[in-house]
Design a protein around this ligand. Structure first.
Ligand code: 5GP
Ligand code: ZN
Length: 114
């Protein structure tokens, strides 16, 4: 989608520090990390937010979890643990309208981090 910053990142039009990439999913480091490790995992397909996920996206969204599992093991934080956050809409403070999972790791977190 035009004018979507994460679509531009997924097409390589805006640079990012990639952690994982395949034909459907991209993971890259958050530009303003909220924890020592802060990775964003996105579908390459433009889905604006959780409430725009359609039944035909179920396999893609499911795959994002196995990608996260792989990243956690490869990056070495699977054992210590991590937090996943998805903001949806205005009240949650979603700033980028392209579905993304925040992966936060590398520190012991309290009940709230963002
Ligand atoms: P949201 O508030 O929408 O859940 O989170 C958006 C996240 O995207 C924020 O944590 C922000 O730091 C990150 N972000 C925004 N623009 C860019 C960018 O151009 N590059 C990268 N790597 N992260 C970005
Ligand atoms: Zn997009």
């Amino acid at each position: 989608m035009e004018d979507c910053i994460f679509c531009k990142i997924s097409k390589g039009e805006i640079p990012s520090e990639k952690v994982y990439e395949d034909e459907e999913v991209l993971a890259f480091k958050d530009i303003h990390p909220a924890a020592p490790i802060h990775i964003l995992v996105i579908p390459k397909k433009h889905i604006a937010k959780v409430t725009d996920i359609m039944p035909e996206d179920e396999a893609l969204v499911g795959k994002m979890y196995t990608v996260i599992n792989k990243i956690a093991k490869e990056q070495g934080f699977a054992e210590d643990g991590f937090r996943m956050i998805i903001n949806c809409g205005r009240d949650a403070g979603q700033e980028v309208m392209h579905l993304h999972f925040h992966i936060l790791a590398g520190t012991k977190m309290g009940p709230k981090i963002i």
